[in-house]
Structures are given as C-alpha cells and as structure tokens.
Write a protein that binds this ligand. Structure first.
Ligand SMILES: [Ca+2]
Ligand SMILES: [Ca+2]
Ligand SMILES: [Ca+2]
Length: 188
C-alpha cells in the first residue's frame, strides 16, 4: 500500500537490468522502440485486427511520456511491472490499459473490446460470449451503477471476482515473452 510506481525499477536486480539493456540495445540500437519494432521485439506478428489494436494500446500505455517511442527506462519499468509488480500495481496498470480514451473511467464498450482482444490473442473455447461475459462482470463490479467503472470499482471488483481476475491476468500474460528472454539468457 502507498508504494509509488517509480520504485518498481529499484526492485530489479542490477544483473537483470544489464541483461535487458543488452537485449534492448542489440535489437533496438537507436535506444527507442517504435510500435513496429515493439511488435517485432516480442515476436507479435500476424495478429488479427482486434489483437493488434490491443497491442497498440499496450504500447501507448508503456510509452509513459507519450513521445511515440519506448525508451529503455520505460521498457524496464514495463517489464518490472509485468515480472514483479504487486497485484495492486498490476490492476492499476490494467485500468490504464483498458481506459482506451483516457477519461479516467472504463465504460462497457471499452471493457468489451478488451475482452474480445484478449480472447483473440489467447484463443481457446469459451462457454460464454464476450458480450455476456462483459455484461456479467460489468453489472457486478459497477457498484454505483453509473455505467462506468472507476479505478476503485475496478480494483475492488477484480479482487472479488476470481473469473474476471483470471481473464485480466491473462491479458498481460507475457509469460511467453519472459520465457523467451530467459531462454536467450541461457543460450548466451
Ligand atoms: Ca516514450
Ligand atoms: Ca474510458
Ligand atoms: Ca461506477
């Protein structure tokens, strides 16, 4: 509680930062990752349009100073969050990611699009449609019923709804990316 997000970088071991720095600079000598390079960097090719949009939104969320590039510090902050972030930090980050128009609330439409994108990326069969799932979650966690999810509603709702929490954890399931980084580390 009360941790601010700037401390996430400190949580990383120096050796890991060095490893990531090397990887970053090898694959991105300019030191600034564009959206296109970002997709290449993480091996994200041939995505369907919805998944693609999601990745682009993810890129924009990582690009904290909004200059259109991910620099090394932004990259480390993002990886640090993915690998080490506490649940609360991750939920706050998801909230930013899902709030596509940046108005400080998540509406039903934004949530539906994200759920669809997550399903497109992760594949698999689903018992309920994305619409049904979105409506169920939304009605449950929009506590004051104003049709929008505030940060508090979102964080509390996720904590109380295991299924929603699971879907969200998958939405930032960069475990294959982490595995890739680890594999390369071992092969170096
Ligand atoms: Ca940037
Ligand atoms: Ca919004
Ligand atoms: Ca609400």
């Amino acid at each position: 509680m009360g941790n601010n997000s700037s401390s996430t970088v400190d949580d990383l071991q120096a050796v890991e930062i060095h490893h990531w720095y090397k990887k970053f600079m090898t694959e991105c000598p300019s030191g600034q990752l564009t959206e296109h390079e970002f997709k290449q960097f993480f091996g994200l090719r041939g995505l369907d349009p919805q998944a693609n949009e999601y990745i682009e939104q993810m890129f924009r969320t990582f690009d904290m100073n909004k200059d259109g590039y991910i620099d090394f510090m932004e990259y480390v902050a993002a990886l640090s969050l993915v690998l080490r972030g506490k649940m609360e930090q991750k939920l706050r980050w998801y909230f930013k990611l899902y709030d596509v128009d940046g108005n400080g609330c998540i509406d039903r439409h934004e949530l539906l699009n994200i759920i669809k994108a997550i399903r497109a990326i992760n594949g698999g069969d689903h018992e309920t449609s994305a619409e049904e799932f979105t409506n169920r979650v939304f009605n449950k966690i929009d506590v004051n019923g104003d049709g929008e999810l505030s940060l508090d509603e979102f964080v509390e709702g996720a904590r109380k709804d295991d299924e929603f929490m699971e879907v969200m954890m998958k939405s930032l399931d960069l475990s294959h990316i982490v595995a890739m980084i680890n594999n390369r580390r071992h092969s170096v």
